[in-house]
Design a protein around this ligand. Structure first.
Ligand code: UAG
Ligand code: ATP
Ligand code: API
Ligand code: MG
Length: 500
């Protein structure tokens, strides 16, 4: 594509006019390490390094044109200076890939918790409706029978446009995207116009990045204010105050779910250990449904997904069928065993998520509740004591361990969790003390996650529940800069075997 086709849409301040016969470019890159000859390199300021530093490397690798924010008059290739290169990256990528978002029925989901779950439910509903569906989210990108594990919840704008274009090429008609607050703050979804934008909830997370809850909240509202197609629906969960506030603030097509006045609500709901059943209530009448996911929070997720599906014209029959069939890996995922234990792995890594999951299990299972959890390193420190308090107060026995410590010392993270616990440490793990017996109540600290899971499962008696929270579908543990194989589900099953 000729670079002048791309620059037409840019508001550039520049710099040198592009010379005659400006080169065709064959691809767009924002990371110099991926640059190949004849491509466009967009230099972006970063949190750790400044992408402008890599312009010489990009040119050495054959970049034909460079876009950036800083003045440069000494380059050997055309340079376009813009005020915001992240924005420019999103704009030129959409042009380069021929605006794939406009060729799809596109649904975006934001909120602190529930995005992945709502995406899986919608995928199942669209499949039941016979639509060729694509998904981009925390667990994977999947379409046309292919699935690739994700590195990010919402990729960089260039990668979003590339993936959407490949979806269009593969015949996908309906695409579902999780839209993280980072993505909104960093303009990754500029140039994506959504047919439906879904809001699940807002509770504490990511304060390391956003700084305050107000800034975090504002980053989320951008999806509804700026990124809907003309008459695109804002599908809003009214079960929380932020949902109500958002619905009040928006004009146009606002499709609320779950409140008395909503076009979609539920009634006669039964939440049981094996799932939820009840009825959807719409202006067309009542529609019985059943789902294998449990917990009130999953009822909210089901309503959000059903609302989004309705807002883009999906028939109720497909919605009911899709809700019956969906499964989300690592979200209250139940592990079968022959020891009479209730074993669950869940992705709760925020205070609200942990509270929802523990309160769900507390009411549904009669025996002791043992919860194994930690908190991620290099992430919001202020959620750690909150999670400690919640984890310990809902459980009979809380086993405090490591999540993904990343660059932090695991013991330091645990030191941030423990002050939130109102109670005495019942056991600091030392292998030689095991002969004293493993505690049945209180909290214990076992920094090694494998040992923590092993001892929690070994100490459980028939009828007890063990919840391993925080890492859900993850198949790795990040310790320092190493990404080691680790899957909570496999560890739980191994622990069941070794406890025989
Ligand atoms: C806070 C954040 O989102 N950071 C993202 C941001 O990083 P950054 O601005 O710090 O980039 P940087 O590393 O300083 O580099 C600056 C620029 O130089 C480029 N570079 C760098 C090195 C080099 O040799 N050559 C080169 O060209 C980089 O590609 C980049 O364009 O831009 C990078 C390039 O796109 C992203 O990889 C990076 O995501 C990091 C890995 C990350 O961990 N992000 C997480 C927090 C995130 O976005 N999470 C949300 C989900 C959160 C949730 O809701 O749970 C997500 O959507 O995944
Ligand atoms: N609607 C909800 N309200 C509160 N908690 C929820 C809700 N849905 C799920 N959860 C909890 O949050 C965890 C994460 O759910 P899910 O993966 O669907 O959210 P997410 O928004 O995609 O998270 P992430 O931003 O980390 O990708 C679940 O394992 C569960 O513990
Ligand atoms: N997308 C979230 C995932 C957190 C998962 C948890 N296991 C952790 O590592 O903190 C984040 O990067 O903050
Ligand atoms: Mg997610």
């Amino acid at each position: 594509m000729n670079i002048s086709c791309l620059t037409k849409a840019l508001d550039y301040v520049i710099a040198a006019p592009l010379p005659e016969g400006t080169p065709e470019i064959t691809a767009i890159h924002y990371d110099s390490r991926n640059v190949s000859p004849g491509t466009l390199f967009v230099a972006m300021p970063g949190e750790t390094v400044d992408g402008h530093r890599f312009i010489p490397e990009a040119i050495k690798r054959g970049a034909a044109v460079v876009i950036g924010e800083l003045p440069h008059d000494d380059l050997t290739v055309p340079y376009i200076q813009v005020t915001d290169s992240r924005r420019a990256l999103a704009i030129v990528s959409a042009i380069f890939y021929d605006h794939p978002a406009d060729k799809l029925t596109l649904v975006g989901i934001t909120g602190t918790n529930g995005k992945t779950t709502v995406a899986y439910i919608l995928e199942s509903i669209f499949a039941a409706a016979g639509h060729a569906t694509g998904v981009m989210g925390t667990v994977s990108t999947r379409f046309a029978g292919q699935e690739v594990a994700s590195a990010m919840t919402t990729p960089e704008s260039r990668d979003i446009q590339d993936t959407l274009a490949r979806m269009v090429e593969a015949g996908v008609t309906h695409a579902v995207m999780e839209v993280s607050s980072h993505a909104l703050a960093l303009d990754r979804v500029r140039s994506c116009a959504f047919d439906a934008a879904v809001f699940t909830n807002l509770t504490q997370d990511h304060l390391d990045y956003h700084g305050t809850m107000e800034i975090y909240w504002k980053s989320k509202t951008v999806l509804f204010e700026r990124h809907r197609k003309e008459n695109g629906a804002a599908v809003i969960n009214m079960a929380n105050e932020h949902g109500k506030k958002l619905a009040e603030s928006l004009s146009g097509n606002v499709f609320t779910v779950g409140s008395g006045k909503s076009p979609l609500t539920s009634r006669n709901i039964q939440v049981e250990i094996d799932g939820i059943h009840g009825e959807f209530i719409t202006p067309e009448g009542a529609f019985p449904f059943a789902s294998k996911a449990t917990g009130r929070h999953n009822l909210e997720n089901i309503l959000c997904a059903a609302g989004a599906a309705l807002s883009v014209g999906t028939p109720m029959e497909a919605i009911v069928q899709g809700v019956k069939d969906f499964h989300v890996p690592g979200r209250l995922e139940r592990l079968e065993n022959d020891r009479g234990l209730h074993l669950f792995v869940d992705y709760a890594h925020t205070p609200d998520a942990l509270e929802n999951v523990l309160s769900t299990l507390r009411t549904l299972v009669p025996g002791r509740l043992i919860c194994v959890f930690g908190c991620g390193g290099d992430r919001d420190r202020t959620k750690r004591p909150l999670m400690g308090g919640i984890g310990a107060s809902y459980s009979d026995l809380a086993v405090i361990t490591s999540d993904n410590p990343r660059s932090e010392a695991p013991e330091k993270i645990i030191d941030d969790i423990v002050p939130g616990i109102d109670g005495e440490l019942s056991f600091r793990y030392e292998p030689e003390r095991l002969s004293e017996g493993f505690p049945q109540k209180g909290y214990v600290v076992i920094p090694d996650r494998r040992e923590a899971i092993g001892l929690a499962v070994a100490s459980a008696l028939p009828g007890d529940t063990v919840l391993v929270a925080g890492k859900g579908h993850e198949t790795y543990q990040i310790i320092g800069s190493q990404r080691l194989d680790f899957d909570d589900r496999k560890e739980v099953l191994k622990a069941v075997e070794s406890a025989r």
